[in-house]
Design a binder for this molecule. Structure first.
Ligand code: MGD
Ligand code: MGD
Ligand code: MO
Length: 867
């Protein structure tokens, strides 16, 4: 091992990180069958090279990118990683290369801080024990039987005494056990869900095929930073569009890395004020008659008084609102500029460009919709996009990107896995929504009265105050006793990832019990009572990972479970036995069979661009070797070859038949192909949208795009708007998705901490005015909490706007209540808005020099090692 150790140290791995690696080695050595053989230090590296083999093991975290990832495995330990080298890299058929996070996976899986054993908080007992010690208690190691008995007994106790409605959670097991309250709403996609559904019949989710982007003359990227937050090739694909002649315009408060790398035009806009800017674009276009009137007349309703949907007041048309016909306020560039901060001449230039350049792609990410009353941005964005008529044609499009499904920026799915063969049991307390539902589908329909659960941002108030808002039913009482977190996808680490951590901790400290499973002591587990150690994907039976419509990725088993980690399925089966739910009901088929089913059922598109055929060739020998049930079949690639290669990527060229122009069928003939909206058309005036948002009971919304100041928006940074006197919280904070992490995941990896410091970013002039210096420790305060961070000053951030990457692992000093990690949700308040979207990008803060001890840099922080 010595030479590996030396190599590690040479690379300046922190001592702790190294201990992590060696601890894993020792621990696996304790598992006899898979232990690392004693390797004589003199033989070292060469021998390891000889003995090792490459195993394909794609990354499973929620960054939206899906890339090829391979680990070099020596006796159950991954000693190095590599990424896609399966074919030559070309723009049409690019390699799927991993990022710094994916390539650090081995430091996560084999880290010193992997959870090793089941454990319980020392002062917890059924019903809570000393609840106040949550997050700062000692841990007691349990054996698996003890742990499972405790969890099962506590579940029983809570259910019997208080009923299923006293449990927040989502899992197969809990659904079979009577269900639980669901936290619903929208995190990722912000306010986009309902506007997409009712204005656009979901036609504007995701774009056209990536190769079609090369046909655009102009590409507008609204609140988008793919270089940081679209793993894989999206930014590379944009570069191809630029090479083919497209001009890029970005609208953002920050000259982000994507803007710089494309040498794009930058339109500054304050967070949460985008609707105002869009209205001014509309004003200029209307004044100069630049709108595509033919498209508006044929394909939309609500633009002007002659094209209103049935039953609507003709005075409520969009055009008259923009011109100020009835309210006396024309939404001019000067009017908008005071709000959004974009110079009026820039607004005119921008409007002229989008009104006259065809074909144009007009796209937005989700970030500007993750704001208070974010729907008004979505309405204004779609309306202005549609005014340009760029829908359903090559090189055109008006849409918002669903990062997870359109890693390559749109297009139809060309290759996909089969089902794993498990039916999802329904949650009796939230029918129609099962566990594992992807964010955005976990909406409570506002008109339904049969669901039990609250919006994400009302969770802590519900626990603390005993009631929540159930849309049209109004407030309903509740008595929440338990949080049951079983890994099920998005929302797993909500104490860290949802707004208002200080309130969250208060709420957690009121409950009877919090039970989690995890791979490391992430925030939700740190504040839990019983934590069960889970296997990572590298220790599981295998799965196919998706997210890129042109490729699938194989996550093979790399190593046996480390320490006493077990799969979540195993935990549920064992708990089921104790709760009287048999394995046959819970997991009728094995994890291996599930993986096999997804391979056997994988489909790939044929050259005609219409039909699909089986992807994988499987022989009877394969089936016997796997010990699974199945039938031999023929496909494009042999099973072994696919598993070895690690991915299947459909080869593309610009003249293939696999592309897709979004919305073409509708635009070519709207009368014959009506949309699934109330009017059958794209709805600029959309009454049902306004009605449904009102039914949620949080904020109101007009049926057309208007601008109303958000809570904690720009306006709220002032004590007095008229005299422009700033208030106590004069800055606007945006919480950007950051390369160091996938949300909170990877924040513990020292190598990534060193490469991507968690800095507080602010405009240099703002810093100078306050006498703050680059690199020093500053205290950032909001109405909700306080954090410390090192300051990074730059001219690339708009004055008045500041930023922190979202996802840092909150680390609170219990004496002062100050977080040292820079967790943005310490600062974000838990406001209730629209359809339950979390308004992360509308948040006011203030910044001052910190007089206490300066922070040390992040890579020197202690890892959370329990045993
Ligand atoms: N302020 C602010 N907050 C935000 C955002 C923002 O923009 N600003 N963005 C939001 C968005 S878009 C999203 S999608 C959410 C994401 O919010 P979450 O989904 O809650 O965040 P993750 O950090 O991905 O949580 C993953 C959890 O699963 C654990 N885990 C990882 N791998 C495994 C495994 O193999 N097995 C088990 N058992 N556990 C595992 C991790 O330790 C972690 O606890 O965050 C949101 N939070
Ligand atoms: N590295 C990394 N990548 C990720 C993730 C991750 O955690 N880490 N998470 C993934 C997930 S789940 C999601 S949902 C996506 C999120 O991806 P996006 O929705 O695109 O969000 P961000 O990357 O936070 O922000 C994109 C840009 O919007 C700008 N912005 C913020 N607020 C506003 C606003 O009010 N108006 C305007 N005009 N611009 C604004 C920011 O400055 C930033 O440049 O990222 C995915 N990709
Ligand atoms: Mo997300």
């Amino acid at each position: 091992m010595a030479s590996l150790v030396k190599k590690a140290l040479d690379k300046k791995f922190s001592r702790k990180a190294f201990i992590g690696w060696s601890a894993a080695v020792t621990a696996t050595a304790a598992v006899p069958a898979y232990g690392l053989k004693k390797i004589d230090s003199r033989v070292a590296a060469e021998k390891l090279e000889e003995e090792g083999r490459w195993v394909s093991a794609s990354c499973w975290h929620n960054c939206g990118g899906r890339c090829l990832n391979k680990g070099f495995v020596v006796d159950g330990i991954v000693t190095k990683q590599k990424t896609d080298d399966t074919h030559e890299d070309t723009p049409d058929y690019p390699q799927q290369r991993g990022c710094a996070r994916g390539r650090s996976q081995r430091h996560q899986v084999f880290g010193v801080d992997r959870l090793k054993y089941p454990m319980r908080r020392k002062h917890w007992e059924p019903g809570g024990g000393n609840k106040d010690l949550r997050g700062r208690d000692e841990w007691v190691r349990l054996d698996w039987d003890e742990a499972l008995d405790l969890v099962a007994d506590e579940l029983k106790r809570v259910k019997e005494n208080y009923g299923n409605k006293s449990i927040i959670g989502a899992s197969r097991l809990i659904n079979h056990y009577g269900g639980a309250l669901v936290r619903w709403g929208s995190s990722s996609s912000g306010a986009w869900g309902k506007p997409q559904q009712h204005m656009a019949a979901n036609l504007s989710w995701g774009g056209s095929d990536r190769l079609d982007w090369r046909n655009a003359k102009l590409i507008v990227m609204w609140g988008s930073n793919p270089a940081w937050s679209n793993g894989g090739n999206p930014q590379y694909n944009l570069l191809q569009a630029k090479k083919a002649g497209a001009k890029f315009i970005f609208v953002d408060p920050f000259i982000n890395p994507s803007i710089k790398s494309l040498d794009a035009e930058f339109i500054p806009c304050r967070p949460g004020t985008d609707a105002a800017l869009l209205l001014a674009l509309a004003h200029y276009m209307i004044e100069n008659d630049l709108q595509d009137q033919d498209f508006l007349d044929r394909c939309t309703v609500g633009f002007d008084r002659d094209h209103m949907p049935e039953g609507a007041d003709p005075d409520e048309n969009f055009k008259d609102y923009v011109l100020g016909t009835h309210d006396g306020v024309p939404k001019t560039p000067e009017w908008a500029s005071e709000i959004c901060g974009t110079p009026p001449e820039k607004i005119r230039m921008f409007a002229q460009e989008i009104g006259t350049t065809k074909p144009m792609i007009f796209q937005s990410s989700f970030a500007p919709a993750r704001t208070y009353r974010g729907q008004q941005f979505c309405q204004a964005f779609l309306t202005v996009g549609w005014m340009t008529g760029n829908v359903g044609k090559p090189g055109a499009g008006v849409f918002t990107l669903n990062y997870a499904r359109n890693q390559s920026y749109g297009g139809k799915t060309l290759v996909m896995p089969g089902g794993r063969g498990l039916e999802n049991p329904e949650n009796p307390l939230f029918p129609g929504v099962t566990f594992g539902a992807y964010d955005g589908y976990r909406f409570a329909a506002p008109t339904r009265t049969d669901f039990h659960g609250m919006a994400y941002t009302e969770t802590y108030d519900a626990i603390l105050n005993g009631e929540y808002t159930a849309t049209v039913r109004g407030k309903v009482p509740c008595d929440i006793r338990m949080i049951w977190k079983v890994r099920n996808g998005s929302g797993d680490n909500f104490l860290n990832q949802s707004s208002d951590i200080p309130k969250g901790i208060k709420a957690f400290r009121k409950l009877d019990s919090i039970i989690t499973n995890d791979i490391v002591l992430s925030t939700i587990s740190k504040y839990a009572d019983i934590v069960l150690p889970a296997t990572t994907e590298w220790e599981k039976e295998g799965r196919i990972n998706t997210g890129n419509p042109e490729a699938i990725f194989i996550a093979n088993k790399v190593t046996e479970p480390l320490f006493e980690a077990r799969s979540e399925e195993w935990m549920e089966i064992e708990l089921g036995k104790r709760l009287g739910i048999d394995e046959e009901t819970l997991y009728p088929i094995s994890e291996k069979q599930q993986f096999f089913n997804s391979l056997a059922g994988a489909q790939v598109i044929q050259d005609n661009g219409e039909d699909y055929e089986p992807l994988v060739s499987i022989t009877q020998e394969d089936i016997d070797q796997w010990g699974v049930e199945g039938e031999a079949q023929s496909g494009r690639i042999a099973l072994d070859e696919l598993l070895e290669k690690g991915s299947y990527q459909v080869q593309r060229s610009p003249d293939d038949q696999l592309g897709d122009i979004k919305g073409k069928t509708y635009v070519d003939n709207p009368e014959e192909n009506p949309l699934d909206t109330e009017s059958g058309k794209l709805e600029i005036h959309c009454q049902i949208l306004a009605d449904e948002i009102e039914a949620y009971g949080f904020t109101t919304l007009a049926p057309i795009a208007k601008y109303e100041a958000p809570v904690e928006g720009y306006e709220d940074t002032f004590e007095d708007w008229e005299s422009k006197k700033k208030g106590e919280f004069p800055f606007q904070l945006v919480t950007i998705h950051y390369p160091r992490r996938s949300h909170s995941v990877f924040d513990n990896v020292p190598q990534l901490r060193e490469a991507f410091p968690q800095e507080f970013v602010m405009n240099k002039r703002d810093a100078d005015e306050r006498g703050l210096k680059d690199g020093e420790t500053v205290l950032i305060r909001s109405r909700h909490g306080k954090v410390l961070r090192h300051l990074f000053t730059t001219e690339t951030m708009m004055p008045g706007v500041v930023s922190l990457g979202e996802g840092a692992w909150v680390d609170i000093d219990e004496e002062t209540g100050i977080d040292h990690a820079g967790a943005t949700n310490m600062l974000n308040g838990s406001h209730l808005s629209g359809q339950g979207e979390e308004p992360w990008n509308t948040c006011n803060v203030t910044v001052e020099k910190y007089d206490g001890k300066p922070l040390k840099s992040d890579e020197h922080w202690d890892q959370r090692v329990i045993f």
